[in-house]
Every structure is written in C-alpha cells, then in structure tokens.
Design a protein around this ligand. Structure first.
Ligand SMILES: [Zn+2]
Length: 307
C-alpha cells in the first residue's frame, strides 16, 4: 500500500511517520528539536523513518508559524535559527518527493477532521490552546490556508477592541486572555498562589486549583473561556463551522475549561447556525498535527498514488 511521509516540526520536538491512505502509521519516530542546525536533525529523522529506499509518494509538513506558503518558508517564533527558512525546498531536496507545507495548527485541525473528534463534520475550527493559541480551519473537507498560508490565526482575533495590547501588536486578542501563561498571569494578579510559591505557577496547577473550586482559579478559566467563546462565535458566523475541536496543553484542564466554555458560548452566540456549533475536546492529542500533515499530502498529491 502506498504511503506518504508526514512531518511535524515544533519548538520542542520533531516527529515523522509513514502514513497510508486510511491513516495508519507504519513507521514513526521523534527526536528533540535542537537549538541550531534543525535541518540536519530533521534529515536524520526522515532517513530513520523512511529507511534506505523512500517508499513514500509525497511529503506533508506541518510547522510552527508564522510561515509563507507562497515562498515555502517558515520563521517559527520559538525556533530563532529559522528565519525565512526555505523548509519546503529543503525537505524536497532530502526526500526527492513532492512536498506540501502548512502551519502546525492547520494540520491539527485537518488531523482531527480526518481521524479525531471532528470526523463526522464537514467544516470545523481546530484550536490549540497552550503557550499561545493557534488555529486552523477545514471547510467542506479541505484546509483553508489563505494566500500566504496564515488563515486560521484565531488566537489573534480581537475580542475586545478596547482591551490590552497583545504581543503580536494587536489589541484585545483572545490569546491575551486565554493562553496558558495569560490564564496564570491573570490568576496571580488576582491573588492566586500555588502552594504558596508563585514561581511554581503554571496552567496545570491552575487547573488543579479550579477543580478544587479555588475561586480565583475558577474565575481565570471562566474569563479565558468567555474570550474563547467570543472568538468561536465570531469564527462560526464568518465561515459556518459546525464543530470546534480544542486541543493543546490547556485543554487537558477538561471540565473546568469546557463547562464554562459551553455556558459562555450559549450566552454570546445568537444566530441559529452559530448556536448549533458543537465544541469537542481533541481525541488525537499530540498526534493530531502529524495526522493532518499526512492528510494534507494525500489531499494535495492524491493523483500521485493513482497512476
Ligand atoms: Zn495578538
């Protein structure tokens, strides 16, 4: 059976797998992302996964953004050694195969749509809530990438035009309210201290505190959930998604995030097609982006496998 090579590149980890048209991975591998010379490490990983012969018909690559799909270049925020790096051409050189590139959050959305929590829906928004907030859209089964490949950057949708300045330069972005570090920042500023030591504060401890109904922790998640709900309702109104899949480290908080999110969405959404949006927790977790990169390769180069 034909395979594509899927590659997922993040600030902490590189992953690759050979994936068939059904979504089964035959060979896979991971390694830590080095601080410099990432491409050498990536080439070694690709060789390890593909073996001596390259049995794949195409390559799909998901990479942390921002990126420029027209040029095939990436400049991941958390990988300073890559600025305008010609990733698509470099992977093509290493593999000799047709190569397609997309953002890692777009691949997350595509992966959840293909094999995960969004399987039953034609159109979905995937959101990755962790250090930042990433997003990707699948509309009528196909990824919505945009001219330079940056469509779906929902973390930087403004949900408050009078809000605080965001690190992106914008104002009132949902990321400034709902990402892990921003949930923690707000909780600390409002009197929450984990086990008496502010230095230990992170989103996981904040979630544990919310589970025990610590009031500031609960309020932090309610505030973050309300920001997410505003963004979700706006996105649904713009492009009519029926499902929203939420992943990333903060989604592991579970009920303390998803219950206030459902309530807030019920409050902010008005039109019937917006109100009918279903919110689901990711089922693929860290494997979603890799699955999406494989699906992107199949969607882009399907004809290559059917001579
Ligand atoms: Zn922003």
């Amino acid at each position: 059976m034909a395979h594509v090579l899927a590659v997922d590149i993040g600030g902490t980890k590189l992953a690759a797998a050979l994936v068939d048209e059904e979504g089964s991975a035959s060979r896979s591998g991971t390694r830590p992302t080095p601080r410099t010379d990432v491409m050498t490490a990536l080439a070694a990983l690709i060789e390890e996964v593909t073996g001596d012969e390259v049995p794949a018909v195409a390559v799909g690559v998901g990479c942390a953004g921002p990126l420029d799909l027209a040029a095939g270049t990436v400049s991941p925020v958390n990988m300073p050694s890559w600025r305008g790096f010609p990733l698509r051409d470099e992977v093509r050189k290493v593999t000799g195969l047709p190569t397609v590139l997309a953002g890692d959050a777009q691949c997350f959305a595509l992966g959840e749509h293909w094999l995960g929590a969004g399987r039953s829906s034609d159109s979905l928004l995937g959101i990755v809530v962790s250090t930042g907030i990433g997003g990707g859209l699948v509309i009528d089964g196909a990824p919505l990438l945009g001219p330079t490949g940056n469509a779906g950057h929902v973390g930087h949708m403004s949900i408050d035009p009078y809000g605080e300045r965001c690190t992106c330069g914008g104002r009132g972005c949902v990321e400034h309210y709902a990402s892990g570090p921003n949930l923690v920042r707000w909780a600390l500023a409002n009197g929450w201290t984990p086990e008496g030591d502010p230095a230990k504060a992170d989103a996981r401890l904040l979630a544990e505190a919310a589970v025990t109904r610590e009031p500031v922790a609960v309020a932090a998640f309610e505030r973050g959930a309300r920001a997410l709900a505003g963004m979700i309702a706006s996105t649904a109104a713009a492009v009519e998604v029926s499902t929203v899949v939420v992943g990333g480290g903060v989604s592991a908080a579970g009920k303390v995030l998803f219950e206030p999110l459902e309530r807030a969405l019920d409050d902010v959404a008005g039109l019937a097609f917006v109100r009918s949006v279903r919110v689901r927790q990711s089922t693929l977790g860290v494997r979603a982006s890799l699955a999406g990169a494989a699906n992107l390769a199949w969607q882009t180069f399907a004809s290559a496998s059917r001579p």
